[in-house]
Design a protein around this ligand. Sequence first.
Ligand code: GLU
Length: 478
Amino acid sequence: MQEIKVVTRFAPSPTGFMHVGGIRTALYAWLWAKKNNGTFILRIEDTDKKREVAGSIKHIIESLNWLGINWDEGPNIGGSHASYLQSERLDLYKKYAQILIDKGLAYPDPYTEEEVGIFRDQAELAKKPFLYREHRPETFNVWDDMKPLRFKTPEIKSYKWNDLVYGDLSAGPEALDDFILIKSDGYPTYNFAHIVDDIEMGVTHVMRGQEFISSTPKFLSIYEALGIKPPFYATLPPIMGADGKKKLGKRDGAKDVLEYRNEGYLPEAMINFLALLGWNPGDEREIFTVDELIKVFNISRIGHSGAQMNLEKLDWINKEHIKKLSNEELKENIFKYIPNNELKDLINIKNQLLEIISKRISKWGDVKEMIEKGELDFFYKEPKFSKEKLIYKNVSLEIISNNLKQAINALESLKEKDFIVENIKNVLMQIANNLDSRGELLHPVRYALSGLDKSPDPFIIAEILGKNETLSRLQKVI
Ligand code: GLU
């Protein structure tokens, strides 16, 4: 079989922000093109001027840029099929419309809006669906650009086609009507424009949501009328909310993709998460770099049932990707979310802090939250203490104080340069192991150093604070 050069496209309408569903469509089309050394096109479908939202194109581009979903042809970079804005391709749609007119397969709508309204009312009274084709005029006027141009659907029949994800699909004749190709404002409809562009741009694989299945007979009848073979269709499964039943709602994370960036998710983690939202590699693997995804992604493993949007999973995936980062990368990201210099200065001296922080977060925004809650203050500010919190189970304060004194003596024996986690741990555990319960020492040490009863490992805190500060805090509590 002759190898085809794969061409995919992402064709958003600029009607608002990019949400998870849209960006997943873009990702799958991009992965498929990359995997096959093909071409990925970004095309802006801006022909419905009433629904257009200002700023959307910029927003779409920014969202794709953040995730590294780069296009080979499209806005900003151009390409051999420019323009990539449908509103700048109107002549082309007219050219194709003329082909259909010449074949006797397109005609200007002869009715006024009121007349069409009457037909619609009549159908409603008769409890029948309104079908324009039943009012098709006997003879066609010459098209003057002022009236909507309609497709004269050549044959009202059922269509069967093969979908690369869902297999054999079919839709009945009810989907076929003399639909509008070009509106009276001169802009083409989606139904017509996307076909012209997919043909012109050589698109081989069309990926999009299930909502387009019912209109597919319309698309196929246009291809038939033009005598052109349609591309492969790959319908993507819907994305469901966390309960797996309802369609994705706001609470499940159906928000602007850039909000995920602002909350501090890594783009590579977001890509990993989106890839698994409707696709699986066929084995247990869940963590992928982008390059790995390009290798393993396959349309044949896109699922049929709704993919579940699970934000806890996103957090887990993000944590896994954080683990792969170097100290420099951790620092660069974490610093963006630290408002105060004291902590930054300390991190610059004590690199271990990066590890402490990154282990306790699932996204960078959590750093800000930790700081707001005061969970990191103790590294550069002496904490406040209360007696009650120092108490461990029913051990008396006298015993606790004794234990702390022992700890001070033992730590004093460590030289400044040996004041590191391993040694601190050694020294303190020797004392703790001789007590009825280790907590009798470890709890007060943790509390004395951090002012918290849950904190990072107290041995690490001690190393970061240094010998002087550690001893001083222990002393103070006594
Ligand atoms: N402009 C359409 C949309 O945003 C694109 C559908 C398609 O990919 O064909 O829904």
